[in-house]
Design a protein around this ligand. Structure first.
Ligand SMILES: [Zn+2]
Ligand SMILES: [Zn+2]
Length: 345
């Protein structure tokens, strides 16, 4: 047997030296797992938190990064049912345990024993991946397999934030701060929920895309009096503000923009503490809500909204990088050039 059969190319994160392209052992599916030929895996700011900002991965490196992954099933373990070789599948970013208290409450997205791809277990910046088959979701033919990868985070995360956490109602004024993949997903789902959406970013091309995806107004966050511009464009202060960057100053901005009695939803991940005005939260009865990922029960809903064209996928995938060029992809992400970039092994 030649060595190429048993190994694969993967982007492996090391404590020292960061991300390295390496030849590693190809995973083998256990009896409950499926072996998947990776079609694509999205680049996300979470990857930069590990690489640039000292946020530790849950499993000690070396670990293969990447948590937004799609592919084709090639082999299944002896006890797997309902998934077969040839199936086109989406792998959720987070695999909940199914038995902890949060899982039993139906809040699997905050499972206390979760396994997140590219964090607790090896991820999708690789040619192959083996995961527990019960989590897999079949992608319908209408959804391109490669672009479909971003559903695993850039579209399911916003669904949960808009529908389950903010519960955006028709006619509500909604502001989205940050127009990367998750931010533009927030724009789309808030619009689909009937909200009147205003998007804020520093990059005009992303604001243009936000308008194409349903924002009725946009404001460049680097210009002038933000609060005034927002109230003028929406005809009042927003009832809901999503912060999709994970940046202290923009989180504080969200709290100052929101209307009395409104909701601020923290979707972006910030690795350090941020000071928020407790007085403002108390006097104005503000709800500050965290939002993480998406529950398994909602994945099929998101897939159907993409299949039926209510939620647009193609415009959100702005760049494609072969696995050997992943470093360039991460650089482009650092420079804020990507809406969503996908890596193709
Ligand atoms: Zn992510
Ligand atoms: Zn659990």
């Amino acid at each position: 047997m030649s060595i190429a059969v048993d190994t694969m190319r993967a982007a492996v994160y090391h404590q020292e030296g960061g991300l390295r392209l390496e030849e590693v052992a190809r995973p083998v599916a256990t009896e409950h797992q499926a072996l998947i030929r990776v079609a694509a895996c999205g680049l996300c700011h979470t990857d930069l938190h590990y690489l640039d900002h000292g946020v530790p991965t849950a499993r000690k490196p070396p670990i293969i990064l990447g948590h937004e992954c799609s592919g084709t099933v090639v082999e299944v373990g002896s006890l797997v049912e309902g998934v077969a070789p040839g199936d086109r599948v989406l792998i959720p970013a987070v695999l909940p345990c199914g038995s902890c208290e949060m899982c039993r409450l139906g809040r699997e997205n905050i499972c206390t024993s979760m396994a997140m791809l590219g964090n607790h277990i090896d991820g999708g910046f690789a040619e192959w991946i083996a995961v527990s088959a019960r989590h897999l979701l079949k992608l319908p033919e209408e959804i391109p397999l490669e672009e479909g990868a971003i559903i695993a985070d850039a579209l399911t995360t916003p669904y949960h934030a808009v529908v389950r956490r903010a519960r955006v109602a028709p006619g509500e004024r909604v502001v989205v701060i940050g127009c990367g993949g998750v931010g533009l997903g927030l724009v789309q789902f808030a619009r689909a929920a009937g909200g009147r959406v205003l998007a804020i970013d520093l990059v005009d091309s992303k604001l243009e895309l936000a308008r194409q995806l349903g924002a009725e107004a946009t404001v460049n966050g680097g210009e002038g009096n933000l609060g005034k511009a927002v109230r003028k464009a929406l005809g009042g202060a927003p009832e809901v503000v999503f912060e999709a960057i994970g940046h202290g100053p923009t989180l504080q901005q969200a709290l100052s923009l929101v209307a009395g009695g409104g909701r601020v939803v923290v979707v972006g991940y910030c690795s350090h503490d941020v000071e928020l005005s407790a007085g403002r939260i108390m006097f104005r009865e503000l709800d500050v809500l965290g939002s993480l990922g998406c529950r398994p029960v909602d994945y099929p809903r998101v897939i159907e909204l993409v299949r039926s064209g209510v939620i647009k996928l193609a415009p959100m995938v702005s760049h494609r990088f072969p696995l050997q060029d992943i470093a360039q992809g991460l650089d482009a992400l650092r420079r804020g050039e990507l809406v969503r970039g996908i890596v193709l092994p």
